[in-house]
Design a protein around this ligand. Structure first.
Ligand SMILES: NCCCCNCCCN
Length: 353
């Protein structure tokens, strides 16, 4: 009996030990999950990253910042390692506990980040973000008689000027800020009265029979390309992709102004694979890879080393790298703090009326 009990306990310990080993084995992450805007990475980079690191790279797509945040709040952050997020929502994501501090020691290629992208207002201590790409937002249209240097928002917001179907951008803060600028206000205004006027302006555009709806930037680009739309509000990379396919298309930063944005890589607060997340961030910040990324999706890079691999056709292209004159008309959108509620209410009115 004694012998039997001894054998049983050895077996039990061995089984437990074996199970523990099997558990450890299962817990070792094998993939990196990145949440990112659609059409925002070169598919070749996915396979290259997998080859270099041995991790599977899983890409989860979104179209607008609000959609990304509400998805994270619903499903939780434990399903993602890296979240690509725009400057304007970074503070909100920190406060909501959606992203955590990055161990910058794990990202040696951070030395490639250009000085103007260090200590940005959305992450003044450089603890939560490393930049991915930067760009702007404007109007893509099919009309060679309209000079892109002289386009006003009234081209879309004033029914007497619309010459065909158009879409507005399905991203609340971006769209409301543009409407604020169109009315002559600061894009960062938090005045209730001014935001209400911006809402009325968008509602006026919605009444135009040419208005086809709100679309993500990729959707707007596709509609202009397929001639379903005459014009759409899109990000400049999508505009460039469209112009590459159809050189008769034009892209304008409206005379009343627009904004510049930076999309940044952040670490999900419950990242199951922080090591993989850091490897992804470091991979993107490599010079050659940064250049490949910028070129493939037509956005400007915050990576100084990448600039060495990009030719003048890219760096002097005014759609991708706006001119000094256009940049003068642009602002950075700031986190609205408590006024975020005003923007949320305003957007609900825009969408429901
Ligand atoms: N197709 C990807 C486009 C990503 C552009 N980022 C826009 C940031 C503005 N909130």
């Amino acid at each position: 009996m004694k012998k039997f009990l001894l054998a049983l306990s050895i077996l039990t310990v061995a089984t437990l030990f074996g199970c523990k080993e099997a558990k450890n084995e299962a817990a070792k992450p094998t993939k990196v999950t990145v949440m990112i805007y659609s059409e925002y990475i070169d598919p070749d980079m996915i396979t290259d990253f997998e080859k270099q690191t041995g991790y599977k790279l899983q890409i989860e797509l979104y179209e607008a910042q609000e959609e990304m945040i509400s998805k994270l709040q619903t499903v939780g952050t434990a399903q993602y390692d890296v979240i690509i997020a725009s400057d304007v929502v970074i503070q909100q994501m920190i406060h909501l506990g959606l992203i955590g501090k990055i161990d910058m020691e794990k990202i040696p290629n951070k030395t490639n980040i250009a000085d103007q992208f260090k200590n940005p207002s959305y992450d003044p201590t450089n603890e939560y973000t490393v930049p991915y790409l930067w760009g702007t937002t404007g109007i893509l249209y099919r009309d060679s008689t309209i000079d892109p240097m002289n386009v006003s928002y009234s081209m879309l917001f004033d029914a007497k000027n619309t010459k065909g179907n158009f879409s507005l951008l399905e991203e609340s803060r971006s769209m409301l800020s543009m409407a604020l600028q169109a009315k002559g206000f600061n894009a960062n205004s938090t005045s209730k009265d001014e935001i209400n006027q911006a809402v009325e302006y968008i509602l006026q555009a919605k009444k135009d029979p040419h208005f086809l709806g709100f679309d993500g930037s990729v959707g707007g680009k596709d509609k202009v390309l397929s001639k379903m739309d005459w014009a759409a509000i899109v990000f400049n990379g999508e505009a460039m992709a469209a112009i590459d396919e159809d050189s008769t298309l034009q892209f304008a930063i409206p005379t009343e102004g627009s904004f510049m944005w930076v999309d940044a890589m952040t670490l999900s607060s419950k990242a199951p694979n922080p090591d993989g997340a850091y490897k992804f961030m470091n991979y993107i910040l490599d010079g050659k890879i940064g250049a490949q990324l910028a070129k493939y999706i037509n956005y400007a890079t915050p990576n100084t080393k990448a600039l060495e691999f990009l030719d003048k056709d890219f760096t002097e292209n005014r759609v991708i790298n706006p001119t000094a004159e256009e940049i003068k008309r642009m602002v950075f959108l700031q986190d609205p703090g408590d006024a975020a509620r005003l923007f949320d209410e305003a957007w609900t009115i825009v969408k429901t009326r």
